[in-house]
Design a protein around this ligand. Structure first.
Ligand SMILES: C[C@@](CO)(OP(=O)(O)O)[C@H](O)COP(=O)(O)OP(=O)(O)OC[C@H]1O[C@@H](n2ccc(N)nc2=O)[C@H](O)[C@@H]1O
Ligand SMILES: Nc1ncnc2c1ncn2[C@@H]1O[C@H](COP(=O)(O)OP(=O)(O)O)[C@@H](O)[C@H]1O
Length: 343
């Protein structure tokens, strides 16, 4: 990690291990509605959505749209502490999660049967079949058939939760189209540990394996640059390479963050515990982190999630855009995006 405006403290990892390019199918975390702690009150269906077979009819007189569009925002783990390991092997987390104002685009149109098409710069290698998280999300709402179109703008297996954001976007779009309730929390969590937080979609503290969400102080205006060095970094192997699952939780939050620099200072007392094992698996992460940390105005550079995407934080939009331009010019093979951080 690098933090501070002058001292470059991004630590280089000792290289080791090979590149990870495989994309294993996600295994399902077990979860129950009882373990879900939503920040806001939600209306859950009284019976499981799977009980519905025919398309839902919107309530009479309701003006429902025929199409819906959603931005599936990139998730950023500003801090990610691994604090324990459950008996089933899933790790307990304590994470400050925010969302960048950039992501995949999902369009949905009411139809007789559910279908999915995938286009965009990262469509290659992503199957539109039943394993796609959009399809798996739609399967949780069988009364809401739709023609779904995913414009895949985010790199796959990049630690920015693209698949989870797509699943959350699909659930929201179908709920909009049919004025239908969202699936039960346990079913949402079973799609992936990051899906509940992506469904929430705003800055939040995430604990448990991803199902316990709690409010955080309002974020100051903040911009980021996201950099993915083009190497997929699958989540499971990174957790598997973690030295210890038992690490201290996040420090106490202040009542407020005065500005971006104050947030960056607080983040300097936090970590991403998955960064050392990810850097050992994918040496490109350290190179990307060094490059981001060297950008003028960069307050902090760190890896998000299980990698390989690295983020830099900036107080001003112009600095983030300049960083994107400089990084893209220096390393054309890298995926670089400047974006506002949505509070
Ligand atoms: C690490 C995080 C942090 O936000 O982000 P990403 O790097 O994936 O973006 C998430 O916890 C990832 O969530 P998600 O990507 O949905 O994970 P899943 O598909 O449910 O799990 C993939 C695999 O990672 C491991 N896993 C995942 C979550 C967790 N809390 N403990 C784990 O040990 C398990 O081996 C699991 O089989
Ligand atoms: N719509 C989707 N977009 C991205 N990945 C998907 C999607 N559906 C299934 N996947 C699978 O989910 C895994 C995790 O992808 P992603 O959410 O992009 O990364 P991460 O969990 O590192 O943030 C990948 O192995 C990918 O094959």
């Amino acid at each position: 990690m690098y933090c501070g405006r002058s001292a470059a403290r991004w630590r280089r990892a000792s290289s080791g291990g090979g590149r990870c390019r495989s994309s294993p199918r996600r295994t399902r975390p077990s979860g129950s509605a009882a373990s879900w702690t939503p920040v806001s009150t939600r209306c859950w269906p009284k019976r499981p959505p799977s009980a519905r077979r025919r398309p839902l009819r919107p309530p009479a007189g309701t003006d429902v749209p025929a199409t819906a569009a959603r931005l599936a925002r990139a998730k950023i783990n500003l801090a990610l502490h691994v604090t324990g390991r459950r008996a089933d092997g899933f790790h307990l987390l304590d994470s400050l999660v925010v969302f960048a104002d950039t992501g995949d685009r999902l369009r949905a149109r009411r139809a007789a049967r559910t279908s999915l098409t995938v286009a965009g710069p990262f469509a290659a290698g992503l199957d539109a079949g039943p394993d796609n998280l959009v399809r798996r999300a739609a399967a949780l709402m069988p009364g809401c058939p739709a023609a779904l179109a995913l414009d895949k703008q985010l790199p796959l297996a990049g630690g920015i939760g693209g698949g989870s954001a797509d699943a959350a976007a699909a659930l929201r779009a179908l709920a909009d189209l049919y004025r239908a309730p969202l699936p039960a929390p346990g079913a949402v969590l079973a799609l992936g540990a990051d899906v509940p937080v992506c469904l929430h979609g705003r800055a939040v503290r995430m604990r448990g394996i991803g199902e316990v969400l709690a409010p955080v102080p309002a974020l100051p205006p903040l911009w980021c640059v996201l950099v993915n060095p083009g190497v997929a970094c699958p989540t499971g192997p990174v957790f598997g390479a973690l030295a210890s699952p038992d690490n201290p939780p996040l420090p106490d939050f202040p009542d407020a963050f005065a500005d971006a620099a104050a947030l960056a200072d607080w983040l300097c007392g936090t970590r991403n515990d998955l960064e050392p094992p990810a850097r050992a698996l994918v040496p490109e992460i350290a190179r990307a982190g060094d490059a981001v940390a060297a950008q003028p105005g960069c307050l902090l550079a760190r890896m998000s999630g299980s990698g390989a995407t690295v983020f830099g934080l900036f107080a001003r939009a112009a600095e983030a855009r300049a960083a994107e331009a400089a990084l893209s010019a220096a390393s054309p093979a890298w995926w670089c995006r400047a974006a506002a951080v949505a509070g």
